[in-house]
Ligand binder design. Structure first.
Ligand SMILES: Nc1nc2c(c(=O)[nH]1)N[C@H]1C(S)=C(S)[C@@H](COP(=O)(O)O)O[C@H]1N2
Ligand SMILES: [Mo]
Length: 317
């Protein structure tokens, strides 16, 4: 790799930037990003080629600072505090890692995560993320469409839903051994098959151009930008196609507060707080928080509203 020069004027640095971007994509593909990622991120401020696009894959909204994305997390396997996942996940070993995909499919298979990353088209998606706790972020993810993985295993006509499970490793995940666990492990999630096949639905393997950190769900996690953050199950080991609506961790924990659909919906309050507005993390200040109106389907209505036509979204929250 040649050392880029930033002294060659605007045109030159733009070319360098594009070169780095393409090179970084290559590195992400070959799984080398972790080992030299710090070098790249030291060279220039991360700049995603972000534009608001008709397909919803990009947005030109300001990115949430990487530091916030890495330290303000929900990942109860490592504790319930926002800083617990970044503080307590250093023992977690995201490699080697196998994802098992089975159930109602013609070709069940076990995929080594690095084989999968080499095989799939790794893309960058800049998504707005909205947590059920009324905060939000804008994150540049790298990953591949869940639909591409599901196509490999050939879902049967009888399959209607997809269920997901997180690894359970008490030795590596200290929160699992909490005396009064909030979640009945393993953490589980589910989607309807058409939601899973929607092009917005991503399996993320990186963010900010670097291999996914443990606290963000290494080595592979779900990202569904029109749903509340808890649908984005982390550190996935198992994906199962079924004809029954899957049990989900938060619905099992408290069904009146967390539904199966969990579509971002400002018109339906959580029983204990409003969902009408959200606080954007990493922008604004304590005295003047960046508070905004929450949009139906988190602003992705154009892409996904038709999945729910005729459904009562107050009942199916
Ligand atoms: N396995 C697992 N996945 C999980 C969670 C969890 O506790 N365990 N928390 C969810 C919640 S509530 C949110 S908001 C997102 C947060 O993702 P982030 O920390 O990468 O922003 O992860 C989701 N995925
Ligand atoms: Mo969340």
């Amino acid at each position: 790799m040649t050392k880029p020069s930033f002294k060659s004027g605007i045109a030159g640095s733009e070319i360098t930037r594009l070169g780095l971007y393409l090179r970084r994509r290559e590195l992400i593909k070959t799984g080398l990003a972790a080992s030299i990622g710090f070098g790249l991120s030291g060279l220039l401020p991360y700049s995603a080629a972000a534009k608001d696009t008709a397909d919803g894959f990009k947005t030109d909204e300001k990115l949430t600072p990487k530091d916030s994305v890495l330290t303000y997390n929900n990942f109860y396997e490592f504790g319930t505090g926002k800083s617990d996942p970044s503080s307590n996940s250093d023992k977690f070993k995201p490699r080697p890692w196998v994802v098992e995909v089975g159930g109602m499919v013609a070709k069940p298979a076990k995929f080594d995560i690095d084989d999968l990353i080499r095989k799939m088209q790794i893309e960058e998606r800049v998504y707005r993320m909205r947590c059920v706790e009324a905060w939000s972020m804008v994150i540049p993810w790298q990953g591949f469409q869940l639909s591409e993985l599901l196509k490999l295993v050939e879902p049967l006509g009888s399959a209607k839903y997809v269920s997901f499970e997180t690894a359970v490793r008490p030795q590596e995940m200290p929160g699992i051994s909490d005396v009064f666990p909030v979640i009945d492990w393993p953490y589980r999630e589910g989607l309807r098959l058409d939601e899973a096949m929607n092009p917005l639905t991503l399996l993320a393997t990186g963010l900010y151009g670097e291999t996914l950190a443990n606290q963000n769900g290494a080595p592979v996690r779900l990202v569904v930008p029109w749903k509340y953050g808890f649908k984005g199950i982390k550190s996935i080991i198992k994906i199962t196609l079924t004809d029954q609506q899957p049990a989900t961790a938060w619905n099992m924990q408290n069904a009146s507060e967390y539904g199966f659909y969990a579509n971002v919906n400002p018109a339906v309050d959580h029983p204990r707080w409003s969902q009408r507005t959200e606080t954007r993390i990493g922008s604004g200040s304590f005295f003047s928080p960046d508070r905004r109106d929450t949009l139906p389907f988190n602003g992705y209505g154009e892409q996904v509203a038709q999945l729910y036509s005729g459904m009562n979204l107050t009942k199916n929250y």
